[in-house]
Write a new protein. Structure first.
Length: 676
């Protein structure tokens, strides 16, 4: 539910289309302010559509939960439109995962601005969270009633934290609570009072008393526990503001009652009355509390971006040449607010220059060096193509062998009594390498990302059954991650090794690179030399750490590497005469021949003569990272990586411009020095 707020054709639907839908309640301001906020409840499909529309208009989720009635799940939510930081709404997690998530996210300056527990099957508690990027902040998750809660509260208050959120839930007829303490740059937080475990009547009396003293409710939440309705709340001293807590089942009635006060809904919860009817509790106010601004840019135009040169790089350049390179790199970083970047350049297979710019870790101001590793995304594809060509050189595979069917490369692995879709048994190894299999498109519904808990073989089975090819293999160029995932499976089947181990042993080791791996999924699992990754934009983000397991991402987009390590790889597969290649000359000649279906722009794992480059190229993108690797026919090879990305294709054109500036000055390095 609502993971990633996937938007498709539902954006064509307007709010007004939902007004007559049964079970759906929908309230929003009249024109011209109808996009400012929305309060909605209903079944999952209806609420999802409303939230997706609000999201497209710039809406942000400020409160959300669900209830179950007659075995049907109903959701309710509030969205506000305002400029704020990038945000995430992950799936609910258990307590262990919550603690790990908190430990990881604090390193990325992500704060849980919403957090509550709910009981699912077998009295298991899961926690719904909503995260926003708030730089230079700290938070602590708090469980009132636990043995250490009082001491933790005392220590946090002493250290300047304030209680930011509190929410209750019932486990085995026992009320439990979870809170978030927050500490930011603002030291002028108004006085506040917080209470939990209050019966509804007592909570409303407390609210009335605090209101007369100038306090405004910023949180108010209710839930059932045994035969009671229990509440928690936070009130800030804001004598010029006001609020109202409305209880009932009619959103429109609440709005009509309060619209003259310019109140908008801030938080919503529910309880069941004696007739088992859900009753909503909605906090309305004119106080814009807990709205964090969009973070300031990392780099201003006059910022001096720190950089670290690789040993020996300075000696091979004149001062004006180094200034030229630095200017091109830092201009790109400032324009797109890139935290960290690394670049390496070689000529005739000799390393000539490498440098790191900006930060590998923004929070702790750890600078990027040439030694840092980055996710390289689809640059993993030419690495996988190399592994396949090694098996071709060893006569284990052939490019024109078919993949499926009893006589195919995969033999009986996926043979079934009923036929797969059209064209499957016509797919050849060459087609997978060229992206000419006839389907499994990245752009529409990338099958490589579906069902993240499936192992590789089960995923392949699922895709073959449900994602049919649209075109005859060899006739259309359709970029496909899944095609390279199949190649990874083939490598494992015929090498009798895991994909990662085979590549390490037969490619990276032969490139003199030993400390390298496929990226792991979380911050806590990252490689020691690996940078942190950051989301772009100010809306819903694609979490860089909500990734597929290495066995699922490796062959098409999973590797991490430094630019220097990418050039180590390049010089043993590039066909130049200075360093012995690990592939045969026949394979190198074959794998750079572009396919007719690609209009002569893509070969067996490489883009050919694209983006103005005379030679081979591949770029790569994963959430929070981007990279480009280029081999020019004049002997210059370049790699660049960064730890933030944008979805627009123009982003890679901007990276390409940097490398064009380098390539156009290849005569800078005519010496015999080699920094490898």
């Amino acid at each position: 539910m609502i993971k990633g707020f996937v938007i498709n054709t539902i954006l064509l639907i307007t709010f007004s289309l939902f007004s007559s839908t049964s079970s759906l309640q929908l309230v929003h301001p009249p024109k011209p302010n109808e996009q400012d906020w929305v309060l909605v409840s209903g079944n999952e499909t209806s609420v999802d559509k409303v939230l997706a529309i609000s999201l497209a208009y710039g809406g942000r989720l400020v409160s959300m939960n669900y209830y179950v009635q007659y075995k049907i799940v109903y959701y309710y939510a509030i969205m506000h439109k305002y400029n704020g930081p990038v945000f995430l709404k992950p799936n609910p997690v258990n307590l262990t995962a919550l603690r790990k998530l908190a430990s990881d996210n604090i390193q990325l300056d992500l704060v849980p601005t919403q957090l509550c527990g709910q009981v699912v099957q077998n009295n298991e508690v899961t926690f719904s969270t909503y995260w926003e990027r708030v730089p230079n902040s700290n938070f602590e998750i708090w469980f009132p009633g636990s043995s250490s809660a009082d001491y933790q509260k005392y220590k946090l208050e002493k250290d300047g934290y304030y209680l930011f959120n509190i929410c209750g839930y019932s486990v085995s007829n026992r009320a439990q609570y979870v809170g978030v303490w927050f500490k930011g740059n603002d030291t002028t937080t108004p006085p506040y009072q917080a209470y939990y475990g209050l019966p509804l009547r007592e909570a409303l009396r407390k609210d009335k008393t605090l209101s007369t003293k100038g306090f405004v409710a910023t949180r108010f939440q209710c839930f059932n526990n045994r035969n009671s309705v229990i509440c928690s709340g936070i009130w800030q001293y804001q004598p010029t503001k006001s609020h109202s807590i409305e209880i009932g089942d009619n959103f429109k009635g609440m709005y009509n009652k309060l619209k003259s006060f310019n109140f908008i809904p801030r938080q919503i919860s529910h309880f069941f009355n004696e007739q088992n009817i859900p009753i909503f509790v909605v906090l309305w106010s004119n106080l814009d509390s807990y709205r964090f601004p969009e973070p300031a840019e990392i780099w201003k135009q006059d910022s001096l971006i720190p950089f670290t040169l690789y040993d020996g790089s300075l000696e091979l350049l004149k001062e004006k040449q180094l200034d030229f390179l630095n200017d091109r790199v830092t201009r790109f970083m400032k324009e797109l607010d890139i935290p960290g970047l690394s670049i390496a350049i070689s000529k005739h297979e000799k390393l000539k220059f490498a440098a790191g710019y900006g930060y590998a870790d923004l929070r702790n101001k750890v600078q990027v060096t040439s030694n840092n590793q980055f996710r390289v995304g689809s640059i993993s594809k030419p690495i996988t193509a190399t592994a396949i060509m090694l098996l071709v050189d060893r006569k284990i595979l052939c490019l024109d062998c078919k993949i499926f069917g009893r006589q195919g490369i995969l033999g009986t692995d996926f043979v079934r009594t009923s036929m797969y879709g059209k064209y499957i048994e016509e797919v050849k190894l060459r087609h997978l390498l060229e992206h000419t299999s006839g389907g499994w498109d990245n752009l529409t519904n990338d099958p490589a990302w579906i069902e993240p808990n499936l192992d590789l073989k089960d995923l392949i089975e699922t895709v073959l059954e449900n994602f049919h090819l649209q075109y005859k293999p060899g006739t259309q160029w359709i970029y496909s991650n899944f095609g390279y995932l199949l190649l990874g499976y083939i490598i494992e089947k015929y090498s009798h090794m895991s994909y990662e181990d085979f590549v390490k042993e037969n490619i990276w080791k032969m490139s003199n690179v030993t400390d390298i791996e496929v990226a792991r999924q979380t911050v806590s699992e990252k490689s020691p030399r690996e940078v942190l990754y950051y989301m772009s934009g100010n809306k819903v983000g694609f979490n860089p750490y909500d990734m597929l397991p290495p066995s699922r991402s490796g062959p098409w987009g999973g590797w991490i590497a430094s630019p220097i390590e990418l050039l180590h790889f390049m010089r043993v597969v590039d066909g130049f005469p200075y360093v012995k290649d690990i592939l045969s000359s026949s394979s190198i000649k074959t794998w750079q021949q572009p396919s007719p279906a690609s209009n002569g722009t893509y070969s067996l794992g490489w883009s050919i003569n694209v983006m103005g480059f005379n030679g081979w190229q591949h770029d790569g993108r994963m959430p929070g990272s981007a990279a480009m690797l280029v081999r020019l026919d004049n002997g210059v090879e370049m790699a660049i990586t960064c730890n933030k990305e944008y979805s627009e294709r123009e982003f890679f054109h901007e990276i390409g411009f940097i490398l064009h500036h380098v390539g156009n000055n290849c005569d800078w390095w005519n010496d015999n020095a080699d920094l490898f």
